[in-house]
Write a protein that binds this ligand. Structure first.
Ligand code: 1CP
Length: 343
């Protein structure tokens, strides 16, 4: 069946004359209208759990730029919170959570049947967006991949090298594996509800996949994602899935088959010409302009944007950044990127 949603056509494997485009963290602090709505909500978590305001900030970049997809405004750390972890945000620093390092900490988590009580405002946001988005705009739901979510649950905050999670993996394998399993099951339940509420596509963010070495990369990045994708495909066979194992490097090759994802999102450490030959041969790819161009702009931005479009022109491609846009970005550079892609 023909669809007006270009992102869904690319995800189905179609090579389009112009790649559809959206941007990681497109609703964020680089936009004055985002900052205004966030101030109205009071703080970041209140914004996430307020369906009207969360839908509003999701729609802001669609109104301003006409992106081909909207991404639900929420955070990967809401699932740990729904599982019973304490979560708060320290201004200027980032997230803080109560930590999981022992079997007792695991026992204190909530049964997974109970997560939807906390997460129901998120499903409500999806329902509002379903009503309010233009018919040609794809709605993307998301969750963190189990390894990345576990790194925050174990350390209680963001870490440069994910040291505490690697330590638990080494020193208390049983607790580490039980946590990965629990997040995997919780993620299946969470994403399934997002799809039922109206998400067209879901994406798994494995932001810290790159720090897993050897068999750990397969066991703790790829296998849990494969399990989530297989379970979702069984329940919702029509819903495409994007996987983003950031920092996978050469291990990006073959990941469509290994994960079962319809699209593999590439970070900006990956050469587009290499990725066209080694990753796009497996299916749709997304990416991968370095987000610093949204700060620096100019001819470099135009040249890199064109090079990425050219490298991926012979297969299914969704244009995006290689990681989220940063708060110091200039909104005019986003427009320049879009104009260059669509020119
Ligand atoms: O002050 C603010 O307004 C908060 C900044 C912010 C925003 C805008 C955070 C805190 N989360 C978000 C929203 C968000 N997070 C989205 C929404 C939709 C969009 O893209 O527009 C998404 C998809 C995420 C995903 C997310 N959260 C990831 C995976 C992607 C990535 O960036 O690697 C991760 C790792 C997080 C955790 C998180 N939440 C927020 C911050 C600052 C962080 C990173 C913390 C750290 O590692 O130190």
């Amino acid at each position: 069946m023909a669809t007006e949603k270009l992102i869904l056509r690319a995800l189905a494997g179609e090579t389009l004359p112009t790649p559809p485009i959206w941007m990681m963290r497109q609703a964020g602090r680089y936009l004055p209208e985002y900052k205004a709505t966030r101030a109205q909500a009071g703080d970041f978590l209140s914004l996430c759990y307020n369906p009207e305001l969360a839908a509003e900030v999701t729609l802001q970049p669609i109104r301003r730029y006409g992106f081909d997809a909207a991404i639900l405004f929420a955070d990967i750390l809401l699932l740990p919170q729904a599982m019973g972890a304490d979560l708060w945000f320290v201004t200027g620093e980032g997230p803080r959570l109560s930590t999981i390092t022992t079997a007792d900490d695991m026992i204190n988590l909530k049964p997974l049947e109970d997560i939807h009580e906390t997460l129901s405002p998120i499903y409500e946001t999806v329902k509002i967006l379903r009503q309010e988005l233009p018919k040609e705009t794809t709605l993307i739901g998301f969750a963190g991949a189990p390894w990345t979510v576990a790194t925050y649950m174990i350390a209680g905050q963001g870490t440069p090298d994910q040291g505490p999670a690697h330590k638990l993996k080494r020193e208390n394998r049983a607790v580490f594996e039980a946590l990965i399993d629990m997040i995997t099951e919780g993620t299946i339940a969470y994403l399934s509800k997002q799809i039922e509420a109206g998400a067209d596509v879901v994406k798994l963010f494995d932001s810290w996949a790159g720090s897993l070495q050897g068999a750990d990369f397969i066991d703790f990045s790829i296998k849990p994602q494969q399990r989530i994708i297989a379970a979702l495909k069984e329940m919702h066979p029509e819903t495409p899935i994007i996987a983003f194992p950031r920092g996978a490097g050469e291990r990006y090759a073959g990941l469509h088959a290994a994960t079962g994802a319809d699209c593999i999102a590439l970070d900006d450490g990956v050469d587009p010409v290499w990725a066209a030959a080694n990753v796009q041969t497996g299916g749709c790819v997304q990416g991968n302009l370095a987000s610093r161009h949204m700060v620096t702009g100019g001819e470099d931005l135009v040249r890199e944007t064109k090079a990425i479009c050219k490298a991926f022109a012979n297969g299914p491609h969704i244009f995006n950044l290689g990681h989220g846009i940063t708060p110091d970005a200039n909104p005019d550079n986003v427009q320049l990127m879009i104009d260059t892609v669509r020119a």
